[in-house]
Design a protein around this ligand. Structure first.
Ligand SMILES: NC(=O)c1ccc[n+]([C@@H]2O[C@H](COP(=O)([O-])OP(=O)(O)OC[C@H]3O[C@@H](n4cnc5c(N)ncnc54)[C@H](OP(=O)(O)O)[C@@H]3O)[C@@H](O)[C@H]2O)c1
Length: 358
C-alpha cells in the first residue's frame, strides 16, 4: 500500500471478464476497495488472476451475483459509492438470442440499477456500453464522424439480427430511462473493439477472434465481428441479413479499436470527474480491415495474417471522441495496443512469434 492513497468502495459487475479484470486491476492500483461480482466465487481457476492483482488481498472482495436473479446484486452494491456495471453477455447466440443475450443484458442492467437505487451510499454508476450502440444505423452522413448523439437503430438491428448491438442499445436505453426516473447519476462508456493483454486464463470472444486473425484462421469470424455491425452488414447502403459465418461478411470494412488499459482508465476518469456526464465514446482509431492487416503483417512478418480481404464498396465512418479527449484523455495508438496484445498472447503460449516486430 506504500504510496497508494486509499479511496472509496466501488463495485465491478462481471469482475472476472476480460475488460472488468483490467478495470479491477486499475481500481486496486489507484487505491479503491473493490467488490467484484462473479457467477461462481468458488471457481479458483477462473478467479486466480484477480487474487494475484496488486492490492487484491487487502482490498478485493468477490461476491456471487447473477444478472437474471432479482436482488442478486444487493449484497455487492450496498455500501459502495460507485458501481461499474460491465457484466453483459458477449456471445453469439446459438438458438435463442432473447434468452441468451437480450434478457441478461437488458433485464440484468435494470436488476443492477434496482440494487443501486436501494444504496444510500451511491454517488455514480458507470455503465460499460459499446460503440455498437452508435453505429448500427443506415441513415447518417458518412462524412460527419459519429458522436454520442447517435443511437443505433433498434429496427435495423432486429432486421439484421445483430443481437449484440441490439442488446447493448436496449440495455443502455433502459439504463438511461431507469436512472432518469430514479435520480441516479449515470455515465456511460462506449468502447470500440477492445485490444490488449488478457488477464483471465481463458480467452473471451474478443481475444479469441483477434487470435484467430493473427493465426490466419477463421478470418470470417473476425469479419463478422459483433462489434461492428454497421460496416459488416451494409453494402452500398443495402442491409444484408446476418446469419452467422456467411460469405458476405467476409467483405466488410472498418472497425474502431481501443487499448484495454485506456478503456479501464476512461471508466475511472468518468467516475472521478464530476464534470463527466452522459455518454462517452471510447476509441483510438477507426481503420479499414485491409489497413489493419497491412500494418500487422509488416510488424509481424512471421505471423500468417491474411494479406488482404476482398475489396467492396462499403460505408465509411469515423468516431468523434472529442468528448472524452476534452476531459484530458489521450488514447494510445493502434500499433501499441496490438503489440501489447500480441506480446501477451505469445507469453501465454497462444501464439508463437519467431521474429520481433520491426
Ligand atoms: N470486448 C470488447 O471489444 C467490448 C467492446 C465494447 C464493449 N464491451 C463491453 O464490455 C463488457 C465486458 O465485455 P468483455 O469483452 O470483457 O467480455 P467477457 O470477458 O465475456 O465479460 C463478460 C462478463 O459478463 C458476465 N456475465 C455474462 N452473463 C452474465 C450473467 N447472466 N450474470 C452475471 N454475469 C454475467 C460474464 O461472467 P462469466 O465470466 O461468469 O461468464 C463476464 O464476466 C460488456 O458489457 C461488453 O458489452 C466489450
Amino acid at each position: 500500500m506504500d504510496g497508494v492513497r486509499v479511496k472509496g468502495r466501488v463495485c465491478v459487475t462481471g469482475a472476472s471478464g476480460y475488460l472488468a479484470s483490467w478495470l479491477v486491476k486499475r481500481l486496486l492500483l489507484s487505491g479503491y476497495h473493490v467488490v467484484g461480482t462473479v457467477r461462481d466465487p468458488a471457481n479458483q481457476r477462473k478467479l486466480a488472476h484477480l487474487w494475484s492483482l496488486e492490492g487484491a488481498k487487502e482490498r478485493l472482495r468477490l461476491v456471487r451475483a447473477d444478472l437474471l436473479e432479482d436482488g442478486s446484486f444487493d449484497d455487492a452494491i450496498i455500501g459502495c459509492q460507485g458501481v461499474f456495471h460491465t457484466a453483459s453477455p458477449v456471445v453469439k447466440p446459438s438458438f435463442d438470442p432473447k434468452a441468451e443475450i437480450l434478457e441478461p443484458a437488458v433485464k440484468g442492467t435494470v436488476n443492477v440499477l434496482r440494487s443501486c437505487k436501494k444504496n444510500p451510499s451511491l454517488r455514480r454508476v458507470v455503465l460499460t456500453s459499446s460503440s455498437s450502440t452508435v453505429r448500427a444505423r443506415d441513415d447518417f452522413d458518412f462524412k460527419t464522424p459519429l458522436d454520442e448523439s447517435s443511437w443505433s437503430s433498434v429496427q435495423l438491428c432486429e432486421t439484421l439480427q445483430i443481437w449484440y448491438a441490439l442488446s447493448k442499445t436496449l440495455a443502455e436505453k433502459a439504463a438511461w430511462e431507469f436512472c432518469n426516473e430514479n435520480n441516479i447519476d449515470l455515465v456511460t462508456v462506449l468502447p470500440s473493439f477492445v485490444i490488449g493483454p488478457s488477464l483471465p486464463p481463458d480467452l473471451c470472444a474478443t481475444a479469441s477472434d483477434v487470435l484467430a486473425l493473427l493465426k490466419g484462421i477463421e478470418t470470417k469470424r473476425f469479419l463478422i465481428m459483433i462489434n461492428d455491425p454497421q460496416s459488416l452488414s451494409i453494402n452500398n447502403g443495402i442491409p444484408s441479413v446476418r446469419t452467422g459465418e456467411t460469405e458476405q461478411f467476409e467483405r466488410h470494412g472498418r472497425m474502431g479499436y481501443v487499448h484495454i488499459d485506456d478503456v479501464a482508465l476512461c471508466h475511472i476518469l468518468v467516475y472521478e470527474q464530476d464534470a463527466a456526464n452522459g455518454r462517452h465514446l471510447c476509441s483510438s482509431t477507426v481503420t479499414d480491415n485491409n489497413d489493419l492487416v497491412s500494418m500487422l503483417s509488416a510488424r509481424y512478418p512471421s505471423l500468417p495474417i491474411p494479406k488482404r480481404f476482398p475489396q467492396l464498396d462499403r460505408p465509411y465512418y469515423e468516431l468523434n471522441t472529442s468528448k472524452i479527449t476534452g476531459l484530458g484523455f489521450k488514447f494510445r495508438p493502434i500499433e501499441e495496443m496490438f503489440d501489447d496484445c500480441i506480446k501477451s498472447l505469445a507469453e501465454q503460449g497462444h501464439l508463437s512469434l519467431q521474429t520481433a516486430p520491426s
